[in-house]
Write a protein that binds this ligand. Structure first.
Ligand code: PGA
Length: 268
């Protein structure tokens, strides 16, 4: 795992957007896994800026979102469909037919889950999966106790998650108790994962995710088994990491190595 510690939310967003832009630059028809929540919002704003000012082209990109609430129609302001169009899709040149988000308002959600898995396969699998992390350690809506091999399915949300998400809903409005989410097995198959986190309220869970045992109790800890994971977090979120100094040192060394390799290549 590559742990990159940056100053604040703004730096995290810039750095993450740069990674995404770089991958699209290398593979214009990238299959991009997307996340919702407050964490990736800044990354999406920065991607919009890069699209507008530097011509980042999304016309061949295909996207799959991690999850969606059950029972909310796509035009509900708190649905993840709405979020994604509002925060990203309406502002870039991605083709609507290349956008995939689990369908949360269908009669038979189980069929919709199977359909989602099939579509990911048909599109060749996810190249880069963006992830946030919940305070209970979830990625997607894979709450504690989720099978580490799980596929896209319906999950009951924990009280903690419902409480955390209530801030996005109007006062008195019911927060959905179920969601469709890609499984941990589904996420593990992404060729690369990019986990983002910002703020002191994520510090405790990040320490467990990065340095604790791999366990269904903190489902994000499964990323320790993934061969290609980049974790971009800010100083506040990194404050509990026991190996923080080492991650910063390793990152500095990696940058130096990159520079010297580039320099070496130029010399030839
Ligand atoms: P947040 O949510 O980005 O709003 O903190 C993260 C998550 O629950 O996955």
């Amino acid at each position: 795992m590559r742990v990159i510690i940056v100053k604040d939310y703004k730096d995290m967003s810039r750095r993450a957007a740069k990674v995404v832009a770089n991958r699209i630059g290398k593979k214009p028809d990238l299959v991009l896994g997307l996340a919702t929540g407050s964490t990736p919002e800044g990354t999406y704003s920065e991607l919009i800026r890069i699209h507008r000012e530097e011509g980042l082209n999304f016309s061949k990109v295909r996207s799959f979102n991690l999850d969606e609430y059950c029972g909310l129609s796509p035009d509900h302001p708190q649905s993840y469909h709405y979020f994604m169009y509002d925060k990203l899709f309406n502002h870039i040149n991605i083709r609507p037919e290349n956008i995939y988000i689990p369908k949360g308002d269908v009669e038979n959600a189980n069929i919709s889950c199977e359909w989602y898995e099939e579509k990911i396969k048909e599109e060749g699998g996810i190249d880069l999966q963006i992830l946030g992390i919940g305070r209970d350690g979830h990625i997607g809506f894979n709450e504690p106790g989720s099978s580490l091999g799980s596929r896209t399915r319906i999950k009951t949300l924990t009280k903690e998650t419902i409480q955390d998400n209530a801030r996005f809903f109007k006062k008195g409005e019911e927060v959905p108790r179920y969601a469709i989410t890609m499984g941990l097995g589904t996420i593990s198959e992404a060729r690369e994962c990019l986990l983002l986190a910002s703020g002191a309220n994520k510090a405790e869970v990040l320490q467990k995710c990065i340095e604790g045992p791999v366990s269904a109790e903190i489902t994000a800890s499964l990323l320790q088994l993934h061969p290609r994971v980049m974790i971009i977090i800010d100083e506040e979120a990194a404050q509990n990491l026991r190996q923080k100094d080492y991650y910063q040192y390793a990152e500095k060394m990696a940058e130096e190595l990159e520079v010297s390799q580039k320099f070496g290549a130029r010399k030839k």
